[in-house]
Every structure is written in C-alpha cells, then in structure tokens.
Write a protein that binds this ligand. Structure first.
Ligand SMILES: [Zn+2]
Length: 238
C-alpha cells in the first residue's frame, strides 16, 4: 500500500451489507477506514433498523469515519425520488446526531440538493463531502456558505471532461480531496479496466496540472484536507 503512495484507504458502503464489509476490513487492516450508509440507489430498501445499526457501528468502532454514501441520483432513478430525499435527510440528521461528516453522492439533482441543504443547514456542521463532484463552478460558489468539501476522481482525466478544470479551480484549495471511487471511474490511460486505490496517483497528477501545483504539494494539501474532513483519522498514525 505504501509503495503505491497510499497513506490510508476509506472503504465506503452503499447499503447495510457493504457497510458491514467496510467495517470488517477496517478492523482487520491497520490503515483501512470505513464509511457506512445507504446510497440513493438503495434508498427504497432503507429501514429504521438500518439507521440504528449505523449508529451502533459509529459508536462501537472509531475507524468508522463518516456516514455515506448518501445522496441523490436522478440520472439512474433506481429508487423513487421521494425515497431518495427522505433517506438522504434521515442520514444527514443521523450523522449530525453522531457528530459525523457525510459523504454525498450527487448526480443530476442539483436543484433538489440545494433546497435540502438549505432546509437542513443546521445538520451540516460536521462537514459534507460531495464525492466525484460533477456540478458546476457556479454551484461551488453558491455552496460557499456551507461546510462543503469536494472530491475528484478518474473522471477529471477523461477527454470529455472539458469544463472540469474550471470546476476544480473554483473549489477552495483547502476543500479538495482525491479519490478513486474504485472499482469505477478508472483514470486515463487505464479506462475500461477495474479501478483500484493504487491509481490515485493519476488523479493527483491531473489535479496538479489543473492547479499548477507540483505533485508533492498536491499530495500534502489533499492529505491534510482528508484528515481534517475525516476527523477520526487524526487518532491514527497514517
Ligand atoms: Zn457515488
């Protein structure tokens, strides 16, 4: 792992089963962390007892560093939109009650997300990470009033990502994180193969190009941002 330039890995759940696997991996491997939650695709399956389980996982295991992926996906609409909204807000409030940040998946639902963030502003104080951010630079500006972070993955290396450089540059440098979102979003030149954490360097290279930073600076800044955002990681020597 270190030979790939990785300090730590955060496995992010998308339902109960995958969240439990993430927690199990974090218990087994030193530098693995876990994020637990229900993805908007799975919102229709969410139950009250799932939230109780996430609460227990957060309280019993300090390697659980966030609630996620939660959010809205109106591109695939795999769960009814009203379920997505309800389950997103439920988990936003759950995260707040546990003093935890959230990892948010947001696709083609920017208007509704803006409304929900506004309505739930008091639940955002422990931080919200918009992962694989695909919104506009104008939205970054609009969201300045909230405690939001933005993470970028392999998609910023794709040739069709024409407006992405401007979006990355619109994000404050102290709010940018890197991710792989593996097994998806494999960066160029490895597209169409399974993505893995070791590919993060290609994302760091692209961010460095866009921001005109040397690679080491990008690594330092995004590492520090990651530890600030996922506050529980600070208790571990990574
Ligand atoms: Zn996602």
């Amino acid at each position: 792992m270190e030979s790939d330039g990785l300090a730590a890995i955060n496995n992010v759940g998308y339902d109960v089963k995958s969240s439990l696997v993430a927690v199990e991996l974090a218990a087994r491997f030193d530098k693995y962390f876990a994020t637990v939650g229900i993805h908007p695709h799975d919102a229709k399956t969410a139950k009250e007892s799932d939230y109780a389980l996430f609460e227990k996982l957060v309280k019993e295991n300090d390697k659980v560093v966030a609630i996620g992926e939660i959010g809205l996906d109106f591109h695939y609409d795999l769960s009814p939109r009203e379920d997505q909204e309800r389950v997103f807000v439920d988990q936003l409030r759950l995260a707040h009650s546990l003093h935890m940040p959230t990892v948010v998946h947001l696709r083609e639902a920017y208007g509704v997300m803006t409304r929900l963030l506004k309505e739930n502003e008091k639940y955002l104080e422990y931080g919200v990470l918009l992962h694989c951010y695909s919104g506009s630079k104008e939205l970054v500006k609009e969201y300045e009033k909230y405690d939001l972070y933005y993470s970028f993955g392999g998609a910023i290396t794709f040739k069709n990502a024409v407006d992405k450089p401007d979006v990355v540059r619109a994000c404050p440098l102290d709010r940018i994180l890197l991710e792989t979102d593996c097994p998806y979003m494999t960066p160029v030149p490895f597209r169409c193969t399974t993505n893995e954490p070791a590919r993060i360097g290609l994302v760091a290279d692209r961010i460095s190009d866009i921001l005109g930073l040397d690679r080491h600076h990008t690594e330092t800044v995004t590492y520090n941002n990651t530890k600030r955002f996922f506050a529980r990681m600070q208790e571990y020597p990574i």
